[in-house]
Ligand binder design. Structure first.
Ligand SMILES: [Zn+2]
Length: 103
């Protein structure tokens, strides 16, 4: 299981979420990318794992409007499109970071 990032910053001008996992590993995840990867039941079919959310329906200028911790294992993000049911666990954010780093 991934540990919590040491620091999380919302870089509004950059339109990215900056996750500092370790001093040597700082990853910037674009807001739009993170929003489109939302793992909640409204965005992904719980039974089949098929993604229901269509990235084209998410505004380009999507941004977080609020964030909070859920226990010590996840980040809850509220978005400017009114969606706020997504829970991003550290494991999941770690996976998204890997994807972003592989680009
Ligand atoms: Zn969702």
């Amino acid at each position: 299981m991934a540990d919590a990032p040491q620091n999380i910053r919302v870089l509004s001008e950059d339109r990215t979420l900056e996750l500092t996992w370790t001093p040597d590993r700082v990853v910037k995840l674009p807001f739009h990318f993170v929003r489109c990867q939302c793992p909640c039941a409204a965005c992904v079919d719980e039974h089949t794992g098929v993604r229901l959310l269509k990235p084209a329906t998410i505004p380009e200028d999507i941004a977080p409007t609020g964030m909070g911790f859920s226990g010590n294992y996840a980040l809850k993000i509220g978005w400017s499109d009114g969606h706020h049911t997504g829970l991003f666990t550290w494991d999941f954010l770690d996976e998204l970071s890997n994807q972003q780093e592989a680009l």
